[in-house]
Design a protein around this ligand. Structure first.
Ligand code: SAM
Ligand code: SF4
Length: 472
């Protein structure tokens, strides 16, 4: 079975994360829910919306699955491996169900959307199946399921953005938060299941986004990441008012406070505009970092992928970013072994990586997804060992590029937002530079706390991390 390899991926560390907000919450809840999330940041943000809906109905979160009356698993369909992990996890809940009659198990998210009622047939233990646009109906569905019925809502919507729901921040570090600004995707990249599982693209009311970001700032958060599958195509028009583009939205969020850092993800190379780049330059608190997935370095493969840009066009976009924002961090997503990929195409991917000098990449095997354009039109014809070998070459190259990029930072001073203790030692802080690089440095005697900004001089590095010391 094909696996995917990623590099320095904070997302991978979060797979299967379960949440319990409000440690020591004094409220008495009628029932406890347990929620585990897989996949992209959007899914983690959605779990916070789900938690908010359930809290309103009097359910409280627990991190202890044995204590739960409801178990939810928020799923991802992007690759076959992701779906397998969920199935394995579900089979583990069988035991919990046998021990506790009345316990309900629900599948949320992309896999629920893709498999719909098949889930109820295939995985006999599932009671509730809810797609990404139907979370408002969760309380009613839970009611139905409690009455012994199987409850399903996988309707996709053209306008649901959950704009009015304040997500409950689950297990957050209290410093950085994700804010959904749009849902769905209108691009039809031929390998991708997202347009089928998350529906049409729609932008969330700009005012509700600003309000959420302001509230986060007032609660002490110092960084927001604006999330969408394709943030640069954000476009919101309220009745009788001027449309808000992504560049305008960025500016509005940046103006909340110079102390609030603003990040965004993901940018489709075809949609990121000079306006966005100029806005980034104009505000110090808009982080100088762009995630700009290339997927392949071969124009022929990019066409089959339906990415709507060529190799040269992508390189020109990288040039433009480097010209306008010379110190910008850049990262990418790359797929190895897409249908018909030749050795020459693969070399094109390696050379575009060299050209772009990515600080970081998320790197995957191609995994055919049922129902996608590629599954319908092309044969998944690259043998597994070739996919693996090409992916390994991509990973090795990225490791070298990441190390080179970090070595260039030796001796430089960065403004760092402290996110918390370093993973290895509570004597060290961990934070990020505007370019999104992780920096670890000793606390020493400084009276600092998470959420503070501090200047750090880089003294050492690995391919994944910068190490440094505080500059007073
Ligand atoms: N919307 C973003 C974009 O356009 O780049 C990313 C969406 S997707 C959740 C994240 C990444 O998963 C993609 O950029 C792609 O590299 C990878 N991916 C998507 N479908 C895949 C597939 N069928 N096989 C392997 N990787 C895939
Ligand atoms: Fe998938 Fe392409 Fe949309 Fe990204 S832009 S979510 S890769 S269809």
């Amino acid at each position: 079975m094909l696996d995917y390899i990623t590099d320095k991926v904070q997302d991978e560390n979060r797979q299967g994360e379960a949440f319990a907000p409000f440690a020591g919450d004094p409220n008495a809840y009628k029932k406890k829910f347990y929620i585990e999330s897989y996949g992209c940041q959007m899914n983690f943000a959605d779990s916070e919306v789900v938690a908010s809906i359930l809290y309103k109905e009097g359910f409280g979160a627990t991190k202890n699955v044995e204590e739960a009356d409801l178990i939810f698993i928020n799923t991802c369909s992007i690759r076959e491996k992701a779906e397998q992990s969920v199935r394995m996890r579900l089979s583990q809940f069988k035991k919990a169900k046998a021990k506790k009659p009345g316990l309900l198990v629900g599948v949320l998210g992309c896999m629920a959307e893709r498999l719909k009622t098949k889930f109820l047939e295939e995985e006999k233990l599932v009671d509730v199946v809810v797609g990404p646009d139907a979370y408002r109906s969760l309380p009613a569905l839970v009611n139905e399921a409690e009455g012994g019925q199987k409850a399903v809502n996988v309707l996709l919507s053209r306008d649901e953005t959950y704009a009015d729901i304040s997500p409950v921040r689950l297990d957050s570090n209290g410093v950085s938060a994700f804010v959904s600004i749009m849902r769905g995707c209108n691009n039809m990249c031929s390998f991708c299941v997202v347009p089928f599982t998350r529906g049409r693209e729609r932008s969330r009311d700009a005012e509700s986004i600003i309000k959420e970001c302001k509230e986060l700032f007032e609660q002490g958060y110092r960084e927001v990441t604006l999330l969408g599958q394709n943030v640069d195509s954000y476009y919101y028009t309220a009745d009788n008012s001027q449309p808000v583009t992504f560049a305008m939205l960025l500016e509005k969020v940046a103006l909340i406070s110079p102390l609030l850092r603003v990040r965004f993800s993901t940018s489709h190379p075809k949609d990121i505009t000079d306006d966005v780049l100029h806005t980034m330059n104009q505000y110090e608190n808009i982080c100088k970092y762009i995630h700009l997935p290339v997927q392949s370095g071969s124009t022929r493969v990019l066409q089959l992928m339906n990415r709507t840009y060529t190799r040269e066009w992508y390189m020109a976009k990288v040039d433009r970013i480097r010209e306008l924002i010379p110190d910008c961090g850049l990262s990418s997503d790359i797929i190895a072994g897409f249908c018909t990929e030749e050795e020459e195409d693969h070399k094109g991917t390696l050379s575009i990586m060299e050209y772009s000098r990515y600080d970081l990449s998320y790197m995957f095997f191609y995994s055919e997804r049922p129902g996608t354009l590629a599954a319908r039109r092309y044969k998944d014809d690259i043998p597994e060992e070739i996919k693996k070998r090409r992916l390994q070459e991509i990973v090795d190259l990225q490791h070298r590029l990441s190390l080179e990029s970090n070595q260039k930072d030796l001796g430089r001073v960065f403004k760092v937002l402290i996110e918390g203790n370093s993973k290895r030692s509570d004597k060290d802080w961990m934070g990020r530079s505007t370019q999104n690089k992780v920096i670890v440095f000793p606390k020493n005697e400084n009276a600092l706390k998470k959420g503070d900004y501090v200047h750090v001089k880089v003294t050492d590095c690995t391919k994944a991390t910068l190490m440094g010391e505080i500059i007073n």
